[in-house]
Write a protein that binds this ligand. Structure first.
Ligand SMILES: *Cc1c(COP(=O)(O)O)cnc(C)c1O
Length: 386
């Protein structure tokens, strides 16, 4: 297949690799990638300054006052999730309510069960947001619930949940509010001062760094109170924090390249115009993609007021000639890696609209999709029944 004629060779340094239209790892800038062409010592003064800068910058980006701390954890986003759940959720009396509407909510509940914590779950399925009223009712019905865990953008579908309104209600009822803002932080507004006690995110989402670490923003008194409570040595956020505070070093080998790349990615995030500008570019990507896909005949899972700018879910067409594996491979060979669906009920696929991608990349993937559908002789794009 003639890739050169279908793809846009942008400034990302991805000429021989597909654009990653996924929720992470995602396409990063060439300048972010270039920072990794050096080896840093974990004890170096310069490296320790990079780590301190990142921690400070993340706290500032989330609007934190001096009562919050930032702890960086090696590993993907789920490592910070398990760390936060294990350090802050009650082990004896007390219970955590997980508000789930997709795979990441289910995963948090599964982690709590595995580490022996009491957990309740509100399960909204795949494509509905929880309402403040129903979560309030769950809290009022069970005084044992002390903590609430919720996802900001549920990447399973791309739906954005109302964390600000929820925070207000949860804090009004004197419970601890914890948020997985993995796939939204840096692109959707989030202010810890609105009533968030804990927030987790990772290096390879909307800040546009490479995979390797995750981080937790948390009230310092909660961190101090968690001493000795973590079920795991490596995931112990209190110990990790003490290490970083004592000498600016990690307890165990840090992902030096990923941290240096993230430092550069934060600089580029600020240069672009911060959270507002990053979110605006993603919103333009999403609007262009959704319009182009609907013009072809595809159906989105979510309505426009539910869908965020992070990732878009399209329902699998009913045309018998449509085969996802073929579709995926043909798009990949044209320079675009999309993402399979993860819904429990409806066959679907997803296209991410985050990362160092813009209108030219969106135009490229839309053209590639039209070409591949013609090649596959797919004409009926109406969705398969649920
Ligand atoms: C990406 C993501 C995670 C973390 O997944 P990892 O594969 O562990 O990085 C958690 N929650 C949400 C909502 C995500 O999008």
């Amino acid at each position: 297949m003639d890739r050169a004629s279908t793809r846009y060779n942008g400034p990302e340094g991805q000429e021989d690799m597909p654009y990653l239209l996924t929720p992470g790892p995602l396409t990063t800038s060439r300048s972010v990638k270039a920072t990794m062409l050096a080896d840093w010592g974990s004890r170096d003064v310069e490296f320790r300054k990079v780590v301190a800068d990142i921690r400070k910058g993340l706290l500032a980006m989330a609007g934190c006052d001096a009562s919050y701390e930032c702890v960086i954890m090696q590993g993907s986003g789920t490592f910070a999730i398990e760390a936060a759940l294990g350090c802050f959720c009650p082990a004896g009396a007390g219970r955590t309510l997980v508000v789930a509407n997709g795979a990441y909510g289910d995963r948090a509940a599964r982690i709590l069960e595995r580490i022996g914590r009491h957990v309740s779950k509100i399960d909204k399925g795949d494509s509905a947001a929880p309402t403040v009223e129903e979560v309030a009712a769950a809290l009022d019905a069970d005084a044992a619930i002390t903590h609430v865990w919720m996802i900001h953008c549920e990447t399973t579908s791309g739906i954005v949940n109302p964390i600000q309104d929820m925070a207000k209600m949860v804090k009004g009822r004197k419970r601890v509010f914890m948020v997985d803002a993995m796939s939204s932080f840096g692109a959707l507004p989030l202010d810890m001062m609105d009533g968030l006690d804990v927030m987790v995110s990772s290096s390879n989402k909307c800040i546009e760094g490479v995979p390797g670490f995750s981080y937790v923003l948390v009230k310092r008194d909660m961190l101090e109170g968690s001493k000795g409570r973590c079920h795991s040595v490596v995931l112990d956020l209190y110990e990790q924090w003490k290490g970083l505070e004592a000498n600016g070093q990690f307890r165990f080998t840090p992902p030096t390249h990923a941290l240096v790349a993230f430092h550069q990615a934060m600089r580029e995030h600020a240069e672009e115009g911060g959270v507002a500008a990053r979110g605006e570019r993603y919103r333009r990507n999403a609007q262009q993609l959704i319009k182009g896909m609907r013009d072809m005949g595809f159906t989105t899972l979510l309505s426009d007021n539910q869908a965020g700018p992070i990732i878009q879910t399209f329902l699998t067409p009913r045309d018998p000639n449509f085969d996802f594996e073929h579709f995926y491979e043909a798009l990949r060979s044209r320079g675009f890696a999309i993402y399979p669906g993860k819904l429990t009920r409806r066959p679907s696929f997803r296209i991410g609209t985050i990362g160092k991608v813009d209108d030219r990349v969106m135009a490229g993937v839309l053209k590639a999709i039209r070409d591949v559908l013609a090649e596959m002789k797919v004409t009926d794009l109406s969705p398969l029944e649920a």
